[in-house]
Design a protein around this ligand. Structure first.
Ligand SMILES: [Mn+2]
Length: 309
């Protein structure tokens, strides 16, 4: 039994199109809390976080979109994540676009550093989100949270203070990549992060990629934050995302990864990001994300009644 805290993070300013503001409501409508409770977990819904008011931020990168608004979310979520990381609970952050992870990941990394335990991050995403402001073609900040958490240079004052602790790229594993920008790729490869594209899944299978990483987390007595982007999944079955890229994880691959994470017992925090209910097909993607989360918290596909769509 896990004590799960749900926190809504209705940020949409980091993405190129609007709609992620409705994400937390869609997870609630799709029954996330009830589903987790039915698996025997204690679930508390903390409601939605509020964005801090941030004035103009200094930056030479004038193409960064809606910077004060995104920084306001990042500051608020960083504080929430830091506080939740110090409690004996497992937080699930209901996004919201992926810029929210600038706050959640840095909050967890900061708390882990104080506890003297290494923080690991599993990034399930079509994109590596490893742009810095200078390398970003779009200026959309949701493409930058991993680079920010790893302490790369060139960011404006997102947190209102220096990064308390950096994520070690050696403790970072990205799976599902199929859309990485040119300069972003160079930064990612230079960082030493463990990055696997879809071809690696095709050739080796998920288990071979994921299990060595989970072993390292266990050996190091590490904490594990998972950041699940809707676009990790094949858009045919998960259409509610603004950045679709064909060739994503299948239904079974996505559930398999969640089942392996459950079996490991290592996950200590989770982001669900980039759900854009405005683009969904009768709640189908929201329900799939709820089902995947249920797999991460112990549901077996074999336990379920067969559903037809
Ligand atoms: Mn992402």
């Amino acid at each position: 039994m896990t004590n799960i805290h749900l926190l809504g993070a209705p940020i949409e300013e980091g993405a190129g199109r609007r709609g992620c503001i409705m994400g937390p409501a869609a997870y609630r409508t799709a029954g996330l809390a009830e589903e987790l409770a039915s698996l025997g977990h204690e679930v508390a819904d903390l409601g939605d976080a509020q964005r801090d008011e941030v004035g103009t931020l200094e930056t030479e990168h004038s193409h960064l979109k809606l910077l004060p608004q995104v920084a306001g979310w990042v500051r608020s979520l960083h504080r929430h994540a830091y506080e939740l990381a110090k409690q004996d609970v497992l937080p699930i952050y209901l996004g919201g676009d992926h810029a929210l992870s600038m706050g959640t990941v840095t909050g967890h990394v900061a708390a882990a550093a104080e506890m003297g335990r290494p923080q690991f991050v599993l990034w399930l995403d079509a994109h590596s989100d490893f742009n810095v402001p200078a390398s970003s073609p779009s200026g959309n900040i949701h493409g930058m949270p991993v680079a920010f958490a790893c302490g790369l240079d060139g960011f404006p004052d997102m947190l209102g203070k220096p990064l308390p602790a950096q994520l070690d790229p050696q403790n970072l594993c990205l799976i599902g990549l199929r859309s990485v920008d040119g300069m972003e790729r160079d930064l990612l490869q230079a960082s030493g992060a463990h990055a696997y594209d879809m071809r690696a899944i095709d050739e080796h299978g998920l288990a071979k990629l994921l299990l060595p990483f989970l072993d390292r987390v266990a050996q190091a007595n590490g904490l594990l934050h998972v950041s699940l982007d809707v676009d990790f999944i094949e858009p045919d079955i998960a259409p509610a995302v603004g950045t679709t890229v064909p060739g994503g994880a299948t239904f079974r691959e996505a559930h398999h990864i969640m089942e392996m994470l459950h079996d490991s017992g290592l996950v200590t925090s989770l982001d669900l990001v980039e759900l854009n209910p405005f683009l969904d097909d009768r709640g189908r993607t929201a329900r799939l994300m709820v089902d995947l989360t249920a797999s991460l918290f112990g549901r077996r596909v074999l336990d379920r009644r067969t559903q037809s769509y």
